[in-house]
Each structure stands twice: as C-alpha cells, then as structure tokens.
Design a protein around this ligand. Structure first.
Ligand SMILES: Cc1cc2nc3c(=O)[nH]c(=O)nc-3n(C[C@H](O)[C@H](O)[C@H](O)COP(=O)(O)O)c2cc1C
Length: 230
C-alpha cells in the first residue's frame, strides 16, 4: 500500500495557506488511495535543530567507527531519513521567506541530505563523485508567497531562489519527480490571492488522484479517479 509523508513547515496555524492546502491534499489522497498510510511531521510547530559540530563529525565518520555519542548525535537525522525512505509520495508545505526556503525547512534539508544514507560520495570518481540513493519517489512542494509573479516569465522570477534550490537539493538525493504548486499574493489578499489559491487547489486535486510511483498503484480505472473526489 502506498505511503505518504506529510510535512508542514509554516510557523503559522489557521492563517497558513500552505497548511490548508497540504491538509486538503492529504484528505483527498486518502480518499483516492484506500489502505494508503500517512506519516505527519510538523516542523513549523516543532522546529528541528540545526546541525552541530558533533553532528558533522559523526555524519562523516563511517558507521562502524562511530562512538555511542556520535550515534546519538545522528539519531534524529537517522529517524528523519528512515521516515523519508518509507514514503512513496512526499507533500511538503513550504512558505516562501526572503526569496528562499524558511530556515525551519532548511534545517530539515540539512538533516536528510546524508552521505551514505541519501547520497554516496566517491572522490575517486572525478566525473561523477555523487550518487543519489533515493528512487521512485514523488514529491509535491506546496509553496505560498506574499508577492506575485515569481513563476516562469513573471516580474519576480529572477528573485525566486526557492524553486531552483528545491529542485537541486532533492534531485541530489534522487527525487527527480518534484512538482512545485504555488499560491501567491498573500500580501494583497482579496481576489488576487484567491485566484492563485484556486489554481493551486485544482492542481493538488489532480495530483492527489494520481497513482503513486513504483509498485503501489491502486487507481486501476478512471471511474475510481472520479469517485475518489466524493
Ligand atoms: C519572515 C518572512 C519572510 C517573507 N519573505 C517573503 C518574500 O521574500 N517574498 C514574498 O513574496 N513573500 C514573503 N513573505 C510572505 C510569505 O511568503 C506569505 O505570507 C506566505 O503565505 C507564507 O506561507 P504560509 O501562509 O503557509 O504561512 C515572507 C513572510 C515572512 C513571515
């Protein structure tokens, strides 16, 4: 059965657009994938620690040589990597902060990009020293921005450092199937905001019906796709 990892990273509660949109996605995904399971991690309300000197030393020591203290320093990171590896689909709510990802989500990225666990590094392989270790996963990043025009061709496109960062870092560990669904104009409100939310909502509805990658497809017929909206 397919497994979904649901991550929220907005510090806001009811006022968060990303939280509302990821919650709607998860509800529809569950309707469409009976028997599918969901894990939830709220790093907006329960922030993750930044990496420390101990963490870095432990991560770059081979597992067989790690002391008990080193193992302890990596425990949370190992749990987060295990949680990610279990998922077929990842939906992550990510607010757009200062032209990039919020520090809370960056802390998550730093915990899960792990040599030996999510990528391999071979300094002798000059042409291609890095090998991603994840396969067959789909990720949907649900973004909300205060201003508008950050999409392709928009007036703020050149200031959008979040989308390229997400694509680079998740491709680096093997998540090539990444779709970014964005709402915009939170700072303007009104119809300018609502229009973008409706577009994001419509795309997320479509994505929630799709078969997860890999062996878990459960949506055998188009009639099931229609009825799972009910
Ligand atoms: C610290 C901070 C920095 C922000 N920086 C930007 C920014 O650079 N560009 C932008 O368009 N909106 C920016 N915003 C607005 C947020 O992107 C917007 O409120 C978004 O809806 C937040 O996601 P949420 O609704 O899930 O909390 C910023 C908001 C905060 C709190």
């Amino acid at each position: 059965m397919p497994h979904l990892l649901h991550i929220d990273s907005s510090p806001r509660s009811d006022r968060s657009h990303t939280r509302r949109l990821t919650a709607e996605f998860v509800q529809r995904w569950q309707n469409c994938h009976s028997g599918g399971t969901v894990a939830y991690r709220d790093i907006g309300k329960n922030p993750l620690p930044h990496v420390t000197e101990e963490w870095i030393a432990a991560a770059f020591t081979s597992p067989s040589k790690r002391s008990k203290a080193m193992q302890a320093a990596l425990q949370l990171s190992d749990d987060l990597v295990d949680e990610l590896l279990r998922a077929d689909v990842i939906v992550a709510g990510i607010p757009f902060y200062n032209f990039g990802m919020p520090s809370g989500f960056k802390a998550y990225v730093d915990q899960i990009v792990r040599v030996g666990r999510t990528f391999l590094f071979d300094p002798k392989n000059e042409e291609s020293p890095y090998t991603p270790l994840l396969q067959g996963k789909r990720m949907i990043a649900v973004v909300s921005r205060g201003d508008g025009g950050y999409g392709p061709g928009g007036r703020n496109e050149k200031h959008n450092h979040l989308d390229p960062h997400l694509r680079t870092v998740f491709r680096f560990i093997g998540i090539n199937d990444l779709e970014i669904v964005a709402a915009e104009n939170d700072e303007y409100g009104g119809s300018e905001l609502l229009t973008t939310i409706e577009i994001a909502r419509k795309r997320l509805r479509e994505l929630a019906t799709e078969e997860p990658p890999g062996k878990h497809g459960v949506l055998a017929s188009s009639s099931k796709k229609t009825s799972c909206f009910a």
